[in-house]
Every structure is written in C-alpha cells, then in structure tokens.
Design a binder for this molecule. Structure first.
Ligand SMILES: [Zn+2]
Length: 325
C-alpha cells in the first residue's frame, strides 16, 4: 500500500499542469510570426539584399525550425519550447525517446506545420473569394466551396478533440497531454535532469575535469541554448507588450499629417494601376495604399509577392476589399 502511495506521489509530481502544456504551445506558436516580422522588416528595408526572404520565408523557417527542434530533440528529448518550460518527452512506460519517437516528433513539430501553413494560406484565399462572391458556379467553384466546408469542419472537430483531451488529462483519464502526443506515443514529464546536468558541467569545469574539445563543445552548446532561451523570453515579453499596446485609446495618439502624394499615385488616380481601367471590385494593398481591381492584384500577388508600383513585399492575404459608395 505504501509502495502504491509512493508511486502515486511520484507520478503526480511528474505530471505537468495543463497551464504549462498550454504555455509551451503558446511559445512554440510565437516563433513563426516573430521570425516572419523580422523577415518582413529586412525585405522591406534592405530589398536589394533580402528581397528574396519574403518570397521564400516558409522554406527558410522550415530549415531553421528543423535545425532548432532537431538539436533539442537530440540533446533534451524535447522541443525547444518544451525544454524552455522544463519539460521533456518520454515513452508511456517512462523510458527515454527512441529514434522512431524522435523522427515522428520532428515530423509533427516541423514538417506537418509547414504544409498546414501552406494549406491555411490557400484556404484563406478561398474564404476571401467566397465572401467576395467571386467563386463561380462551375466545377472549380463548387470544389473550392466543398474544400472550404470540409476544412472548417475538420478544424472544428480537431479543436473539440483537443479540449476533450485536456479535460480527460486534468481528470487523470489519460496520460497524453494532447491527441498529437498520443499519435507519436509519448507524453510530457518534468525534466528533472536539467539542474543535475548543468551542475555537472560547471563542477567539472571548475575541477578541470574537461578536455579542451569537451569544454569548447559544452560552452558552445550552453551559449546557444542560453541565447535561444533568453530570446524566447523576449519573444514572450514583446508579445505581451504588443497586446497591451493595442489597447491604447487611439485619441491619445499624436496627430500625424498624411504624407504627400507621389507622382505615381497621381498617374493612377481613379483607375487600377495594373489594367489601367476603372476598378472592378476595388481592393487596397495595405503595405502601399494603392487600389486595384480584386482579380488584378490577387493574380499579381500570387505570381510576384510584391506591390506592382512600390515593389514592397506583399502576400495575397495583405489585401482589403473596399466598398466604395
Ligand atoms: Zn485592374
């Protein structure tokens, strides 16, 4: 009985709270938009050097995220964000991850989200076309509507499955934190080795127990991990700060005069700069402020990912339909 009690206490103490699980997921989800902001800043301000970055950002992020998650899975049995919150992955029996676990984890952490982001972008365009009423009644239009309906349904079912799983996890009905961990057949636990490992490193360092190669490798690894983790802290901080900033009262902001119109904007006054005709379904490109026909700008952004007048980087989702009276 006492043994069972001790075992229960151990299991209970090693079970991460639902808040920690959600917090690490939130940090994981912050990485992509944060790096996308940096890429947009570079491609807008130094277009001759980084103009390509906006167009190929998803592939660059796939590579960087792949290397980051591979490093953390190899050394800590955890994703970057799980390790940041002192968590790691173990098998349901409590063993360390096998090679297959790590490969599946990498696929679910990096590869599948890459394809999901690509699909999300296409679905968002279909959603815009549907709201605009520009989906035709032919086979293609019906197919796009069916895809939109199925995708929204699947997203809803997945969301409900995750909530159901969270409730079961809190009620000790399942040991898997989300359905994804169940698919990979691993669960999260506290990384109780973290302090021992770092103590071992620093103790060995002061006792001179490391060879030069071990020492440089350990220092580089520690430096990379510390830099990434401090970076993650600032990401979270900036995210919170930005959310608070959006609550400011707009009437408190200084009154900035609008910039002078450039000669190009006068040239295209009252017409679409692409087809040079009166706008059909006027649509503004947020980054430059120019107004085009809905179809003209959507087609152009699909092919070139930049404003046709200013060359500023832009994507199909950067447009806003205008309803002029
Ligand atoms: Zn046009």
């Amino acid at each position: 009985m006492a043994e069972h009690a001790a075992n229960f206490t151990f299991t209970y103490q090693n079970k991460p709270s639902i808040l920690e699980v959600i917090a690490q997921k939130s940090l994981h989800d912050t990485l992509h938009p944060a790096l996308q902001r940096i890429a947009l800043f570079l491609s807008s301000n130094v277009p001759h050097k980084f103009g390509w970055l906006n167009k190929h950002f998803e592939e660059v992020f796939l590579l960087l995220d792949g290397l980051l998650q591979y490093h953390y899975l190899a050394f800590y049995d955890a994703s970057f964000s799980e390790n940041f919150y002192g968590l790691r992955r173990i098998s349901p029996a409590g063993d360390s991850l096998t090679k297959k676990h790590k490969e599946l984890s990498l696929i679910f952490l990096v590869i599948i989200p890459y394809f999901k982001r690509k699909l999300d972008e296409k679905i968002a365009i279909i959603r815009l076309e549907n709201a605009e009423g520009s989906l035709r009644k032919d086979f293609e239009g019906k197919f796009k509507k069916a895809v939109l309906f199925s995708y929204s349904g699947l997203e809803l079912i997945w969301g409900l499955c995750c909530i159901h799983n969270y409730i079961r996890y809190m009620a000790n009905r399942t040991e898997f934190q989300t359905p994804l961990y169940q698919l990979i057949d691993c669960k999260l636990t506290y990384n109780i080795d973290i302090e021992d490992l770092s103590a071992g490193f620093w103790t060995s360092l002061f006792k001179g127990g490391f060879s030069v190669s071990q020492l440089s490798f350990g220092l580089v690894r520690n430096a990379i991990s510390t830099t990434l983790e401090v970076g993650a802290f600032f990401l979270q901080f900036l995210h919170t700060w930005n959310s608070q900033k959006s609550n400011y009262n707009v009437t408190d902001l200084p009154n900035v005069p609008p910039p002078d119109l450039d000669s190009k904007s006068k040239k295209y006054r009252g017409k679409c700069p692409l087809c040079l005709k009166q706008w059909i379904n006027p649509t503004v490109l947020q980054i430059s402020g120019y107004i085009f026909c809905w179809k003209c700008i959507l087609k152009h952004l699909h092919e070139h990912q930049k404003c046709p007048i200013t060359n500023l980087p832009a994507k199909p989702l950067d447009i806003v339909r205008l309803y002029l009276s």
